[in-house]
Design a protein around this ligand. Sequence first.
Ligand SMILES: [Zn+2]
Ligand SMILES: [Zn+2]
Length: 253
Amino acid sequence: MWLTRFAGSCMDIILPPGCSGCGVRLPVSGPARFCKRCASGIHYLTPPVCRVCGIEISGVSGAGHDPLCGECLRNPPPYTMARSVVRYEPQVKWLVHKLKYGGEFSIIPGLVAVIGDYDLAEYAFVDYVLVVPLHIRRLRHRGFNQAAVLARLFFAERPSIIKADWLFRTRNTVPQTELDRNARRRNLQGAFQVKATADVAGSRICLVDDVFTTGTTVTECSKVIMASGAAEVRVLTLARAGVPHSGRLRGMQ
Ligand SMILES: [Zn+2]
Ligand SMILES: [Zn+2]
């Protein structure tokens, strides 16, 4: 391991690393993995957030509050909590797109830096990590599942608990981005199934996906995981859509 790191440092001196987003050479070797321009478009979600679905809530002060949003109050989701690292804004959308559809793993060092800055304490005690699955046909076509890639970044210290094939799609579905909220729900009904149900029963599960948009996908997946007898599901995604536009990325450049 030290040899890899040593070789990496030598390479940084000979050839300074490029920005994980646009590829521009970074002026000095250091912890920053995005250039100033790319970093300026990446924003962490900032508290207070809904204690269940994790959406940012404005109008209440952060200290001493444990807010619950109206949507979770009316319609309690099957997961205990959902948290996302960054807002799904144009820059993040572009990065996710590069990974998902372009297979550009050059963004990984940048994602490692972004995720590394995020406090995962609330996910430290999960027993297994499941990922939102692609249908086998789409998986074969793409060659990888971006949610499984992210799970390996989130849980780099505990790779053995990642069970990327325990949740699977029983049928191929229309991409959710093309549908409205109700159609999204119908599209995914009965589309997921759990294997290894004996292991899932009684376990605390973390479910990983790339983006939390309306929550329909993680809700459907959580339903089938809970129906398999899981003790709880905690959702973790890289990005979260539908959040206010403010705040800055901490610790980058
Ligand atoms: Zn850049
Ligand atoms: Zn909520």
